[in-house]
Each structure stands twice: as structure tokens, then as C-alpha cells.
Design a protein around this ligand. Structure first.
Ligand code: BYC
Length: 336
């Protein structure tokens, strides 16, 4: 049966299309049941507008983080100490670029344009992970980014492979596999440095001291201060809360620090038999919000570098589009 959907202009998001014989409440009940059964919601399925907006926000912020995350590591490609380390670092940075592309593509299935998302990043309207606003000061920072930053990312991202939105969940499977390699290469780099001179040992300890607390901040504010968590948990976007993921990360990382032979910069870090977890000291939330609100130590540099890279790459995008147009025209001519 034809429906009013045919009268609606093409601009309406996919999520709103579909037969209108059902009421909004019925659609919502069907959506809730799918989420409760653990079925994926797909782009053409009906979804609440808040769900769509939350996904566009989170997936695009995630994509921006991957792309901006290439910058602090990119600074070290020309200074990697050996050919092997340079090749590994280059491969890792390329992976991050790829992650950004999968994630922008997943966001686009929700009816937004990639150019608009990129504009929002460049104009400072969109957020990206707080962690990439800190500087990479010595070579050990590259190892610590792999170990702690990618380690925190995996902890946060594995539950996203079970997120209720199909394209995001599927993108996360491949991303997590690659992040796992990233974490191992970072830990391997640090193990090598810890077997080296006392100066190398000091570089690792210095890097750990600077990256530990910002890594804990990556998981976001405490659950009680997280405005989006309630809806995101209900909708099956988030499966594990910010605080629970942070705790899992601390519990997994403390033994790794011991094997490495570094100390973690928290005098309150202590195993709690009763809880079965490590206790840890308070996070400086004023630093977190300052960074999240665009005042991190490297915030201006990161965006200037990002915009310059976008502008410098304009000719590549134009050439790719021209090639695609020509190929399409050729294919059409051949079909006539
Ligand atoms: N940094 O209600 P909440 C990587 C914002 S890439 C900045 O808890 P939500 C890698 C939050 O956006 C890692 N902002 O939010 C790449 C919200 O602000 P708005 C990136 C943060 O979304 C290259 C407000 O605070 N990973 O690992 O429910 C090389 C309230 O927070 C942060 C992802 O993006 C933060 N840390 O939960 C190496 C994972 N935390 O939007 C490594 C996907 C919070 O209302 N994202 N905010 O203005 C998520 O899992 C969730 O979005 C978060 C936050 C857990 C991050």
C-alpha cells in the first residue's frame, strides 16, 4: 500500500521513512523490543530521533578522534630510532586514518554529510578525544600512547562491537583488532626501552607520569555527571558505564606496569580485597573539562595542523572526484 512517505521530500532522514500506518508509539515499542532482543538497528529501520542524534554525535566525535589522533604520532615518524620502528609507526598511523574513514561512513548512514561533520570539527563546534590535546615530548611517549591510550581505547571500544547500531558495531570489530596490535606495539617499544640505559628508563617513567591521568580521563566524566549515559545505556549504544570501564582499565593496567618496571603516578593506587579492584586517587575534573572545552595544551596546534592538512589535500579530493566522474561517464557510454 502506498503511504504518505511518498509525499515526503528526499531530505528527511532515513530513520523517519517507512509506512505510516503504525503510530509513533508502535514504532517505538518495536524499536525497544529489537534493542532488548539484541538485534541490530539498521540505517533504514525506524529509530527515535534522539537515538539518531546521539549516534551521529558519538560516531562523528569518534571519527574526529581517530583523525586528530594521527597528529601527535605523526610528529615522530621522521624521528623514529630505527627503520623497524618507523615502519610500525607509519602502519599504525595509517590504521588510525582508516578507522576515521570507516566511522565517517557509518555516521553517513544516519543521513548526515561527511563534509558537514568535517566542517564542525574544523570550526571547533565538534569535540574529539581530550587525550590528543597533550604533547608528545619524547620517543617513549609513542610507546605510552600505544600501551595506555590505545589500551584505554580498546577497553572502551570492545563493548561498542555489541552496540545496537549495526554499521557502528561492525566498524568496531575491525577497529578493535587493529587497536589490539597498536597496544602491543606500544608495550613492546616500552619493554625494549626498559632493557636499555638508565636515560631510556627515565624517559619511559616520565612519559608514563604525564599520560596516566589523561588516559583515565578518556573514559569520560563520572557516571553521575554524564548527561548522555542514561539514554545511551537504555538504547544499547553504551553497554558498560564510563566508571566501570575506567575501573576495568586500571585493574588490567597495574599488573602490566609491574611487568614493565614502571610506577604509576598515584599514591592512592592500592588493591582493595573487599571490592576485588584497585582503588585509585581522584581525577582532576577541572583539567578534564578545561581540555574538553577546547583549552588543552595543544588544542590550537592540533586544529591548525588539521585544517592545513585538509587544505593541502584539496587537490587529491578534486582529482579523485574528477576520476570518479570520468569513470562513471565512460561506463555509461559503454552501456549505451
Ligand atoms: N574527550 O555524557 P558523556 C583512539 C564529552 S580514538 C572529549 O559521558 P558520552 C585513538 C562528551 O562528548 C578514542 N570529550 O558522553 C585514535 C559529552 O560532550 P557533548 C576515541 C569527552 O558520549 C588514534 C560530555 O563530555 N574514542 O582511541 O555518553 C590513536 C559528557 O560526557 C570525553 C571514542 O570516541 C573525552 N574523553 O560518553 C590512538 C569512543 N569524554 O557531546 C588512539 C566512542 C566525554 O555533549 N565514544 N566527553 O558536547 C564513547 O564511548 C563516548 O562518547 C565517551 C563519552 C565514553 C567518550
Amino acid at each position: 500500500m502506498y503511504t504518505q512517505a511518498l509525499d515526503i521530500g528526499g531530505k528527511e532522514p532515513e530513520a523517519k521513512r517507512g509506512p505510516r500506518s503504525l503510530t509513533e508509539t508502535q514504532y517505538e515499542a518495536e524499536f525497544d523490543a529489537k534493542v532488548a532482543r539484541g538485534d541490530f538497528i539498521e540505517p533504514k529501520d525506524w529509530m527515535p530521533e534522539g537515538y539518531r542524534k546521539t549516534l551521529v554525535r558519538q560516531i562523528s566525535q569518534h571519527a574526529h578522534s581517530e583523525i586528530v589522533g594521527m597528529l601527535p604520532e605523526g610528529n615522530w615518524v621522521t624521528r623514529a630510532p630505527t627503520l623497524k620502528r618507523k615502519a610500525i609507526l607509519l602502519a599504525k598511523i595509517q590504521d588510525e586514518g582508516g578507522h576515521g574513514m570507516y566511522l565517517y561512513a557509518a555516521a553517513e548512514t544516519l543521513g548526515v554529510e561527511r563534509d558537514d561533520l568535517v566542517d564542525a570539527l574544523h570550526s571547533g563546534k565538534a569535540k574529539y578525544s581530550s587525550i590528543f590535546n597533550y604533547p608528545t615530548l619524547n620517543w617513549a611517549d609513542i610507546g605510552v600512547i600505544g600501551w595506555l591510550v590505545d589500551g584505554a581505547a580498546i577497553m572502551n571500544q570492545i563493548p561498542l562491537t555489541r552496540c545496537s547500531f549495526g554499521p557502528y558495531a561492525r566498524a568496531m570489530i575491525r577497529i578493535c583488532k587493529e587497536e589490539s596490535f597498536h597496544q602491543r606495539q606500544g608495550y613492546d617499544l616500552l619493554l625494549a626501552m626498559m632493557k636499555g640505559t638508565s636515560a631510556q628508563h627515565d624517559m619511559v617513567q616520565d612519559a608514563v607520569n604525564r599520560w596516566w591521568w589523561p588516559s583515565l580521563m578518556m573514559f569520560g566524566p563520572h557516571d553521575k555527571d554524564s548527561p548522555h549515559s542514561g539514554d545511551s545505556m537504555r538504547w544499547g549504544i553504551k553497554r558498560i558505564s564510563n566508571d566501570d570501564l575506567r575501573q576495568k582499565f586500571v585493574d588490567a593496567t597495574v599488573p602490566q606496569a609491574k611487568v614493565l618496571g614502571v610506577s604509576l603516578p598515584d599514591p592512592l593506587l592500592k588493591w582493595n580485597d573487599e571490592r576485588g579492584h584497585f582503588d585509585f586517587g581522584p581525577i582532576d575534573w577541572s583539567e578534564f573539562w578545561n581540555v574538553v572545552n577546547g583549552h588543552g595544551p595543544c588544542a590550537k596546534d592540533r586544529m591548525a595542523d588539521r585544517v592545513a592538512a585538509w587544505d593541502d589535500g584539496a587537490w587529491v579530493r578534486e582529482a579523485a572526484l574528477a576520476y570518479a566522474d570520468k569513470s562513471a561517464a565512460r561506463a555509461q557510454k559503454a552501456a549505451e
